[in-house]
Design a protein around this ligand. Structure first.
Ligand SMILES: Nc1ncnc2c1ncn2[C@@H]1O[C@H](COP(=O)(O)OP(=O)(O)OP(=O)(O)O)[C@@H](O)[C@H]1O
Length: 491
């Protein structure tokens, strides 16, 4: 079914101006009205995930992530979309509606009109549909929905192998090459901050590059949980299942996160068995082996161990030195300074920051921010003086999970509320407070924090941090809340 926009004005200059208006601008206007008319929930669930594409002929196609979404729009909103489109696009461009699968069958005919209208709410987007525009070599900086959740810097090129992770690295490369799926699922486990997410991201990028026609789905367990909860609330579980089960390769990061969350575990169990039965690949990461996931449902636990369980060990000294050298090269390439540091400084860093590679990287970033191009000339004394605050020993390490638990407990809500899409103040303010605490008490980056709060964007975290900073100046109750939670976390 296609629709045609009518010429609304006889005024020639107005028509010329309108003709220059890109389809995305028209769609944004349509979205503003649709959001008002349908309400946030329906708009966010069905319209926002759709993407506008433009044909060489000038025809516009609204592409939905699933057939179910296409049918919903056709049934419930298409007539209205046609009216709004016609009213806002006097040039009379046609707009058509297709599901992604239909659209991909016509691949090559269309070019992307835009990622998404500015007015669109955050979509229930859980897939990385891989199509002909997969990254040719390394991922580019443009973040399209299909690369949502993946970090561009986490590739095999930037991953340093060593004895601690050699086997995991080899297994990940094999999966990324779509080699035989003899071991399925594969679970990578290892301690906090030693490269699991990096490895899974690298695997996803490489798998997409090697087989652009296949569908690779990457999501964190937090995102799995929050998307599933939202799908249940919106009665969209069928669409949720359809999206996941259409994956050729499903990658779920930090699966331990859903331990104890009964219905989410069940859903994951069914997804896992369905995919494995069909010979599709499934990859997980976790902070411990399945045998140690005592809160995990026994059924799911045994299926997680049914393929290959593969450990990453903490990086040894030579690997830490290798990683430091690689990171220095990356920093120097980005900022144009000499890619070296004094050997005693390198050794000091490798010996003092052993808790995780994340800490090691954080120390290097601190030095680079302070010294800039003087990094290569820094003496050991200067380095020690700058890093002294980071070297407090015996301080308890606080995780984002700890912060979410303590914050939700303090405000008398569930941890899942902090990850949910709910925007009312009673939930939004504690969520912002928890994000602020995560920025203050952990070394996590803004994208990393967003990832752990239901897969939110780093700009949302930045906004939360700024909001809390501003409120602290005038809201003593909030200050007290933050102090109480911090005290509790520090133990
Ligand atoms: N072998 C490695 N080569 C290069 N960088 C590494 C390596 N191992 C870890 N890193 C870096 O350390 C940081 C932390 O790694 P990552 O986020 O993958 O840890 P993780 O094991 O997933 O931790 P968590 O369980 O807390 O999520 C990242 O910036 C990553 O690039």
């Amino acid at each position: 079914m296609t629709m045609k926009g009518g010429v609304a004005s006889q005024d020639f200059s107005a028509a010329i101006a309108a003709a220059c208006e890109p389809a995305t601008a028209v769609w944004s206007k349509v979205c503003v009205a649709l959001k008002r008319e349908l309400g946030d929930a329906a708009f966010g669930s069905w319209i926002a995930p759709a993407i506008l594409r433009e044909a060489a002929s000038g025809d516009i196609v609204l592409v939905t992530p699933t057939g179910i979404a296409r049918d919903w729009i056709r049934r419930s909103a298409w007539r209205r979309i046609g009216e709004l489109w016609a009213a806002n696009d006097p040039t009379g461009r046609r707009i058509d509606l297709k599901s992604r699968l239909e659209f991909e069958a016509l691949a090559g005919v269309y070019v992307e009109a835009s990622a998404k209208p500015a007015t669109a709410a955050e979509p229930i987007e859980i897939v990385l549909p891989v199509s002909t525009d997969a990254p040719a070599v390394a991922p580019t900086s443009a973040k399209s929905p299909r690369t949502q959740g993946l970090q561009e810097r986490f590739t095999f090129e930037t991953f340093v192998p060593g004895p601690a992770n050699e086997f995991a690295h080899a297994v990940a490369r094999r999966i990324a090459n779509w080699a035989d799926g003899h071991f399925n699922p594969v679970l990578f486990h290892g301690p906090y901050g030693f490269g699991k997410t990096h490895l899974l991201n690298a695997l996803a990028w490489e798998a997409m590059r090697n087989a652009p026609e296949k569908r690779v789905v990457y999501l964190t367990a937090e995102r799995f949980l929050s998307t599933f909860v939202r799908a249940v609330m919106d009665r969209q579980t069928a669409a949720f299942k359809e999206e996941l089960r259409a994956a050729d390769l499903l990658i779920i990061d930090d699966v331990h996160f859903i331990a104890g969350k009964q219905s989410t575990q069940e859903e994951l169990f069914h997804t896992l068995t369905a995919l494995v039965e069909e010979g599709r690949r499934v990859v997980f990461s976790a902070d411990r082996p399945p045998s140690a996931m005592t809160e995990m449902d026994a059924h799911l636990r045994s299926h997680l161990s049914a393929g290959l369980v593969c450990g990453l060990e903490p990086a040894d000294r030579s690997l830490r030195l290798g990683i430091l050298e690689r990171k220095i090269q990356t920093l120097s390439a980005a900022h144009g300074f000499e890619p070296t540091m004094r050997p005693d400084v390198l050794q000091f860093l490798a010996d003092r920051f052993t808790d995780s590679v994340r800490e090691l990287e954080g120390a290097l970033n601190t030095l680079s921010a302070r010294a800039g191009e003087g990094l290569s000339r820094m003496t050991l004394e200067e380095v020690q003086a700058i890093l002294r605050p980071h070297l407090r020993s015996g301080e308890k390490r606080i995780t984002i999970d700890d912060i979410q638990k303590a914050t939700s407990e303090h405000y008398g809500m569930k941890q899942a509320d902090l990850l949910s899409e709910r925007r009312n103040r009673a939930v939004a303010r504690p969520r912002q407070a928890a994000m602020w605490l995560a920025k203050q008490l952990t070394t996590r980056s803004l994208p990393d924090i967003g990832r752990r709060f239901g897969g939110r964007d780093h700009t949302t975290v930045l906004h939360a941090v700024r909001r809390i900073e501003a409120l602290r100046a005038e809201d003593s109750a909030l200050n007290q809340d933050l102090e109480t939670i911090t005290r509790k976390l520090r133990g």
